[in-house]
Design a protein around this ligand. Structure first.
Ligand code: ARG
Length: 442
């Protein structure tokens, strides 16, 4: 009996050829698994294509809801943006796909799983490491990396020779992966890091030129760090994300263009569109600013970095991630409230926020009447904050500086007068920005 292998099947050329190749060249019984994470595939024809290509069974699963609720929400609560920018759409999708590959393999008694990653990217790491964590007994094969080395032309020729059901569209100028949390675009002309991404790279977002001239104001309600309403509507979870992708995309929000440090050591130019993720991260951050105490807010930014790195590197199913999740979750207890966002010409700007847990107190912050801040307390406070600095200056010498006033290149004479502090004439009018007129008198 041939061994069973469960292949993550997208319906594209690579994985369709892989079905046949795994059967004929490696002698497997191939089971195809297609997962919808929101890239709107037409699932029925994909399933049929897998079967026609030779798969003995073809599963198609809609995993959009668990993707948003179990993978994207934790990343949002954590504030996870890789290199401070990438909301990790592809990186969050991979562990879910790996988990389903393992679950189907277990149910089917398969001993192998397979995926369509190449040997150059992060995705192979994510699939392989996730599988190791969930089912270390399973063996993993990535045909494009592990032996099925064919160019696109060879794949097309192979598919024709074997009568595989492919519809050959003109080759996409880019390599694209998309799900509800974002669309990743790479390769082709984008490999020129100086080149402005051509408009045909974008599918979800308007260019600044094409975005509506008038701004749109949005209100997002959060409960414990999770968005629960958009404009007080009843959309929730994946529907809310889909709607926000639509509206944000219309206004051109959520385009990202970056040089990314891949886990495999390569720098690569990556372009993303992720309107919902970018808007939600901005809104969530704004709410945290309001309700988290300063210490927690500061510490959480390092947790966010760690979390993002971990997700990016394919370490979702680790105790480290669970430990960070526990911390993050405990910070979200009071992250409940409302944030106003203005979408306009490619920007998503926070313009207001409120929460019943707000730590912002106008009577302490105000510069107007009703100020309850104790100004005199500041004097003692500063005395103690400055104490070690003063001590060090007295004992070990004053701070090292490069003088600004003594450098003749930086000053010009402007006539008689004297410095407020009593310097001799003529008054030197400093040409250095920042130390000019307010310190000098004519
Ligand atoms: N660079 C991104 C990441 O590592 C996106 C990868 C996109 N994958 C693809 N097959 N185009 O998460």
């Amino acid at each position: 009996m041939p061994e069973k292998i469960v292949l993550a099947y997208s319906g594209g050329l690579d994985t369709t050829v892989a079905v046949k190749w795994l059967i004929e060249e490696r002698g497997f019984d191939v089971l195809a698994l297609t997962i919808d994470l929101g890239s709107q595939p037409d699932l029925a024809p994909i399933r049929q294509r897998a079967l026609t290509a030779g798969a003995s069974r073809a599963y198609v699963l809609d995993a959009r809801r668990p993707f948003i609720e179990r993978f994207c929400w934790p990343a949002l609560r954590a504030g996870a943006l890789y290199q401070g920018q990438y909301p990790l759409a592809t990186a969050l999708g991979r562990p879910l796909i790996a988990q389903l590959l393992v679950e189907v393999a277990t149910r089917e008694g398969a001993t192998w799983i397979a995926h369509g990653s190449t040997g150059k990217g992060n995705d192979q790491v994510r699939f392989d490491v996730a599988t190791a964590a969930l089912a270390p007994h399973l063996k993993v094969l990535a045909p494009l990396r592990d032996g099925m080395s064919m160019t696109r032309e060879q794949e097309i020729a192979y598919a024709r020779a074997k009568n595989l059901p492919i519809d050959i569209k003109p080759e996409s100028p880019y390599s694209v992966d998309e799900n509800l949390w974002g669309r990743s675009i790479e390769a082709g002309v984008l490999e020129d890091a100086l080149l402005t991404p051509p408009e045909d790279a974008f599918r979800w977002t308007s260019s600044v030129d094409n975005a509506p001239a008038s701004p749109l104001l949005l209100e997002l309600d959060f409960e414990k760090g999770i968005p629960i309403a958009l404009d007080s509507g009843s959309k929730y979870g994946m529907e809310l994300v889909a709607e926000l992708n639509r509206i944000g995309g219309l206004h051109g929000a959520g385009r990202i263009d970056m040089i990314e440090d891949r886990f495999v050591g390569i720098k690569s130019r990556e372009v993303y569109e992720a309107p919902a993720a970018i808007v939600l991260h901005a809104a969530h951050r704004a709410l945290e600013e309001l309700v988290l105490d300063g210490e927690a807010a500061r510490f959480k930014t390092s947790v966010a970095q760690e979390y993002a790195r971990l997700v990016y590197q394919g370490k979702w199913f680790t105790s480290h991630r669970r430990n960070l999740d526990a911390y993050v979750l405990s910070t979200q207890e009071k992250v409940t409230g409302r944030v106003r966002i203005k979408l306009h010409k490619g920007t998503a700007q926070v313009v207001g926020r409120s929460s019943s847990y707000s730590l912002y107190r106008p009577k302490l912050a105000t510069y107007s009447a009703g100020d309850q801040f104790d100004h005199q307390a500041a004097v003692g406070f500063i005395k103690l904050v400055g104490l070690p600095v003063r001590t060090q200056a007295e004992v070990q010498g004053i701070a090292e500086i490069e003088p600004l006033l003594e450098d003749d290149r930086h000053v010009v004479e402007v006539g008689p007068g004297s410095l407020e502090g009593g310097l001799a004439e003529p008054v030197l009018r400093a040409a250095v920005p920042g130390i000019v007129d307010s310190n000098l008198r004519r």
